[in-house]
Design a protein around this ligand. Structure first.
Ligand SMILES: [Zn+2]
Length: 297
């Protein structure tokens, strides 16, 4: 079946509303859909793999509807994929999410009454990681604190991106070869001081190793940031973003379209690092989620 659906944007009302026409092929829907019932556990061959914990992803069945439903978590628009036979919300769960009962709100259109779809966030114990880094990157000078706050505010705007077309597939290519650490979610202690948990995947690779796009996308931000170093943000559509950090080189510009496997930069050791490696982050509905869930097992 080839559903050709008119999609009302999920952007906040202060933004210009737009209508986009999105074609979905049944073949691509098999990649991520197929889950009947709510909060299904992991299914082989379906990406992202569901893992209903902080930093994970939940796939919520929304049932049939003639038009793509509008789903939000609070104010944040959610990725809804499928066709009129079966719609599914693919929802990123923040690392800071409380355990237990959670819900999204779903409506036929942005203006119609919403119903709640519930799920339960299970516990996951992330280990602690103690790191020693340059003291100036832990106890920030007033200048560096001001720089960090500017960059944080700028990146919050980047992270709020929700664009169409929606992604045609969600299974990603790893952005650089190398040993993948399972350090996502680690509670980090820098020089004895607790800091934000580790919100991405670190891949061991030497400086200069090519870094490629994990999915087709558009370059929405590049910069040299205090903590993340040289960084490229890619928008894959529907609130699915990815970031690659600590680069030694950036080979793309804002506005560029890239295909899966296209080089965007090179591994480096810029920003707050203990050595050269790639930090790869995947963001869904403004939540950093475990990139491993998007990779073939
Ligand atoms: Zn990292």
């Amino acid at each position: 079946m080839h559903a050709h659906t008119s999609l009302t944007t999920f952007l906040p009302s202060r933004r210009t509303a737009l209508l986009a026409s999105v074609g979905l092929l049944a073949g691509s829907s098999a990649v991520w859909a197929a889950s009947k019932g709510r909060a299904k556990a992991s299914e082989p061959g379906v990406w992202p793999r569901a893992l209903v914990v902080p930093g994970g992803v939940v796939r919520l069945s929304l049932g049939p509807a003639p038009e793509r439903p509008v789903a939000v978590a609070g104010e944040v628009p959610l990725l809804v994929l499928g066709d009129m036979i079966e719609w599914t919300a693919v929802v990123g769960i923040p690392l800071s999410a409380p355990l237990g009962a959670a819900h999204i709100s779903v409506a036929a259109t942005a203006d119609s009454p919403a119903r709640q779809v519930a799920y339960t966030v299970a516990d996951k114990r992330y280990r602690e990681q103690r790191l020693t880094v340059a003291p100036r990157t832990v106890d920030l000078s007033p200048e560096n604190q001001a720089r960090y706050e500017r960059e944080r505010d700028h990146q919050a705007g980047v992270m709020a991106t929700f664009s169409t077309p929606l992604p045609a597939r969600l299974a990603m290519q790893v952005p650089t070869p190398g040993r993948r650490s399972s350090s996502f979610g680690l509670r980090r202690v820098f020089n004895g001081q607790a800091r934000n948990p580790h919100s991405g995947m670190d891949i061991a690779a030497s400086t200069g190793t090519p870094v490629v796009a994990p999915l087709p996308g558009k370059v929405i931000d590049t910069g040299d940031y205090f903590f993340n170093g040289q960084t490229v943000w890619l928008d894959h559509g529907g609130g699915l973003l990815s970031m690659v950090c600590h680069l030694s080189a950036i080979d793309v510009q804002i506005g560029d379209s890239v295909h899966t496997g296209q080089r965007v930069g090179a591994v480096g050791a810029t920003g707050r690092v203990t050595g050269p490696h790639l930090h790869w982050g995947v963001m869904l509905n403004r939540s950093m989620v475990d990139p491993a869930l998007f990779l073939p097992a």
